[in-house]
Write a protein that binds this ligand. Structure first.
Ligand code: NAD
Ligand code: UFG
Length: 337
């Protein structure tokens, strides 16, 4: 059954891919985004991919009037909530901005949902809520450990949603803890497009492949991992997007809440990622071993069983497809603003 969905942050990296997956699943989707970390041109590109007109509202999740107007106009059945600030280092420098958008914005959104009687939400959480986990693969039962203000906002968001669900059983809440999203849409029309020098590995490698940055610094090769470099569970953004469609299906079918990891259950080291990207772009990717990055976790790998059991979610695309689609996107310069 088609549903009416509000997609906050839908012009961003994961949100834009999820928009495509939701429209392809037959849903009617309205995007709300303030473009603090997205390009306005994404609307046209989403129209090219889906062949349907896009409804993209420019506005802020912290604005209660904007939200009330949107809910009155559209009678949404559910919200998929991506809008947030997400840079760990920036959150250390500007913690109040992170609490304001990620916690305050979520509160304003939930109030608007309550007022409109819309009580189904899928929330973007992160493996960062586990801090430095005791075990890898990490199960959803691992304890919360905030390592920085960004991680703290995701923990607070989850806890707020949990208490809200306990206050009223009409709420159906899907909490999705993403591991490391990577790759781009197969059309090469949307993907990750950082405005500054990227902090994350995959977009940094992409810029070295393009020749925009000189070399990759590998942050530490003396971790307790097979080749000494950090290991992460990279998940293709199109797989991740599909996870949101399944989460919504589950909320509508069961009315029950869930909290699951979205990852592949398999980790790759920094050197393995560089080697895979090299195969994809067929260029030299100079790299040097550098100091460990402060606050880095040696290994993040998802325990992926619960998402499979509850949502029927299994990833379909591997590291080579992540690198190939990333390269196709970043080298498709015409698609960028
Ligand atoms: P992104 O920055 O590309 O997307 C976020 C979008 O939200 C952007 O389009 C931005 O313009 C918008 N936005 C920010 N503040 C807003 C506000 N106040 N009002 C309206 N719109 C606003 O980031 P992303 O990588 O697509 O991440 C989406 C979500 O997933 C975030 O909640 C993030 O914390 C979470 N997450 C991301 C990762 C990752 O590695 N990319 C990992 C785990 C969790
Ligand atoms: N790395 C390098 N060189 C770089 C960038 C990264 O060697 O230039 C290494 C890191 O040390 C790490 C691995 O590559 O071992 C991945 O680093 P990313 O910065 O790409 O990703 P993180 O796992 O450190 O962090 C990301 C998000 C966090 C989130 C976490 C888990 O930035 O917000 O994934 O979801 F919490």
């Amino acid at each position: 059954m088609p549903k009416r969905i509000l997609l906050t942050g839908g012009a961003g990296y994961i949100g834009s891919h999820t928009y495509v997956a939701l429209v392809e699943a037959g849903h009617e989707v309205v995007i709300l985004d303030n473009f603090v970390n997205a390009h306005r041109s994404v609307g046209g590109r989403l129209e090219r991919i889906t062949g349907k007109p896009v409804t993209l509202v420019e506005g802020d999740i912290r604005n209660a009037v904007t939200l009330a107007t949107l809910f009155a106009e559209h009678a949404f059945d559910a919200v998929v909530h991506f809008a947030a600030l997400k840079a760990v280092g920036e959150s250390m420098a500007r913690p109040l901005d992170y609490f304001d958008v990620n916690v305050g914005g979520l509160t304003t959104l939930l109030r608007a949902m309550e007022a409109a009687g819309c009580r189904r939400i899928v929330f973007s959480s992160s493996a960062t809520v586990y801090g430095v986990p005791d075990e890898a693969p990490t199960p959803e039962t691992a304890e919360f450990r905030a390592m920085n203000p960004y991680g703290q906002t995701k923990i607070l968001g989850e806890q707020m949603l949990d208490w809200l669900g306990q206050s009223n059983p009409d709420w159906a809440i899907g909490i999705l803890r993403y591991f490391n999203p990577a790759g781009a849409h197969g059309s090469a029309l949307i993907g990750e497009d950082p405005r500054d020098i990227p902090n994350n590995l995959m977009p940094f490698v992409a810029k070295v492949a393009l020749g925009e940055l000189e070399r990759i610094s590998v942050f530490g090769d003396d971790y307790d991992t097979p080749d000494g470099t950090g290991v992460r569970d990279y998940i293709h953004v199109e797989d991740l997007a599909r996870g949101h469609v399944l989460s919504l299906d589950r909320l509508f079918e069961s009315g029950d809440s869930h909290c699951v990891n979205l990852g592949t259950g398999r980790g790759y080291s920094v050197l393995e990622v560089i080697a895979a990207y090299k195969r994809a772009c067929n260029r030299d990717l100079p790299h040097t071993i550098a100091e460990r990055r402060a606050g880095d976790v040696p290994v993040y790998v998802a325990s992926a069983e619960k998402a499979e059991e509850i949502l029927g979610f299994r990833t379909e695309k591997g590291l080579d497809e992540m690198c190939a689609s990333s390269w196709k996107w970043v080298s498709n310069t015409g698609a960028h603003e």
